[in-house]
Ligand binder design. Structure first.
Ligand SMILES: Nc1ncnc2c1ncn2[C@@H]1O[C@H](COP(=O)(O)OP(=O)(O)OP(=O)(O)O)[C@@H](O)[C@H]1O
Length: 305
C-alpha cells in the first residue's frame, strides 16, 4: 500500500517589502505511513504551518513534490479532498454562526449527514452548546469545534495545526485524549506543535523542524535512546557527607549546588537503591533525557518553543 503522505524537497520563499526574503521551507522531505500519528515539532517560525499548508494542497510550493494517499493535491480534486480533514485555526470561524450552523456548513461541504455532524459534536463534548454562537465559546471549545469540523467528512487523513496552542493544561490534556482516539480509529494524523511533551505523548514519529528544515525524524523513544544521555538524580544537600557523595558518584558525576546534590549516572537503579538504603531521599528528583535535550543535540540550539 502506498504511503499516506510523501513529500520530496519542498521549498517555499516568502518575499515581502519589509521582511525581505524568508526561506520558510528549505528542502523538506518526509514520508508518513498509513495509520501513523506523525508530528512536526519546532519553535515559532520554523516553517511548520507553511509545510502543512503545502501538504494539504492549500498553498503551492516554489518547488518539490507532494503525494497524498498516492495522488497529487494539485489540481484539486473533490475525490481526494473528501478523504482529508483539515483543522482550520479557530479564528477562521464565522463568529455569528452557532455551533450547529458552523459544523452544518462543513457537513454540507463534505456531503455528510446531520446525524454525523451531531455525532462529531458529541465526540468533542459540545452537544450541550449547539445553539451557542461561536464567538461565545472558550478557546478550548473553539479548538474542539474546529476538530469536529475536520472530522465530519470521515477523513482517512487528518491535519491538526497547533490544536492545543494557548489552552490551559487541563484543556490540553482533554484534547490529547481526543487526538489519540482519532488515531486509534485508524486515521492517519499529522500534528504540528511547539509543545515538546505533546509530541512525546502522542506521536509515533516526530520530525524536528528548525529554520525551514527537518533536522531529524524518529520516534520520541528512539530519539532519546540514541542520545544516550545520563539520568540526572537530585537530592537535598545535608543528607550525605562528601566521602559518601564521592563514593556514589563512582559511575558518573556529582555536583553540589543551591542546597542540592546532583548526580549524573547511567545506572540510576543502582544509585537510587543506594540513596534509599542511606535514607537520603529528601528532595528527590529524577530527570531522564527528553525531546528538549534531543532538540539541543540535533539543532545545536537551546529549545525556546
Ligand atoms: N504569508 C506570509 N508572508 C510572509 N512571510 C510569512 C508568511 N507566512 C509565514 N511567513 C514567515 O515564514 C516563516 C515560517 O512561518 P510558519 O508560519 O510556516 O512557521 P511555524 O513553524 O508554523 O510558526 P508558528 O508556530 O509561529 O506558526 C516565518 O519566518 C514567518 O514569519
Amino acid at each position: 500500500m502506498e504511503a499516506a503522505i510523501e513529500v520530496a524537497d519542498l521549498r517555499k520563499t516568502y518575499r515581502g517589502r519589509r521582511t525581505g526574503e524568508v526561506r520558510a521551507v528549505d528542502g523538506v522531505s518526509f514520508r508518513v505511513e498509513r495509520g501513523e500519528f506523525f508530528g512536526i515539532l519546532g519553535p515559532n517560525g520554523a516553517g511548520k504551518t507553511t509545510t502543512l499548508e503545502i501538504v494539504e494542497g492549500l498553498r503551492r510550493p516554489d518547488s518539490g513534490d507532494v503525494r497524498l494517499l498516492g495522488r497529487s493535491p494539485w489540481p484539486h480534486s473533490p475525490e481526494l479532498t473528501r478523504r482529508l480533514g483539515v483543522q482550520l485555526q479557530a479564528s477562521a470561524f464565522f463568529e455569528f454562526l452557532t455551533v450547529a450552523e458552523q459544523i452544518g456548513t462543513f457537513a454540507e461541504l463534505y456531503g455528510a449527514t446531520k446525524a454525523r455532524a451531531a455525532e462529531m459534536l458529541d465526540l468533542v463534548g459540545l452537544s450541550e452548546h449547539v445553539h451557542m454562537r461561536c464567538e461565545k465559546l472558550s478557546g478550548g471549545q473553539q479548538q474542539r469545534l474546529s476538530i469536529a469540523c475536520a472530522l465530519v467528512g470521515d477523513p482517512e487523513l487528518v491535519f491538526l495545526d497547533e490544536p492545543t496552542a494557548a489552552l490551559d493544561p487541563q484543556a490540553r490534556r482533554n484534547l490529547w485524549d481526543l487526538m489519540r482516539a482519532i488515531n486509534d480509529e485508524g486515521r492517519t494524523v499529522v500534528l504540528t506543535t511547539h509543545y515538546m511533551e505533546e509530541a512525546e505523548a502522542l506521536c509515533d514519529r516526530v520530525a524536528i523542524m528548525d529554520a525551514g528544515r527537518i533536522k531529524a525524524v524518529d520516534s520520541p523513544a528512539e530519539f532519546v535512546r540514541k542520545l544516550d544521555a545520563p539520568t540526572r538524580v537530585t537530592v537535598a544537600a545535608g543528607q550525605l557527607d562528601d566521602a559518601r557523595i564521592a563514593e556514589l558518584a563512582i559511575d558518573g558525576t556529582a555536583a553540589a549546588a543551591d542546597g542540592a546534590v546532583v548526580f549524573e549516572t547511567r545506572d540510576p537503579r543502582k544509585l537510587l537503591t543506594a540513596l534509599a538504603s542511606d535514607g537520603a531521599l529528601e528532595g528527590l528528583a529524577v530527570r531522564t533525557a527528553n525531546l528538549e535535550d534531543v532538540f539541543l543535540h540535533v539543532t545545536g540550539r537551546e529549545w525556546r518553543g
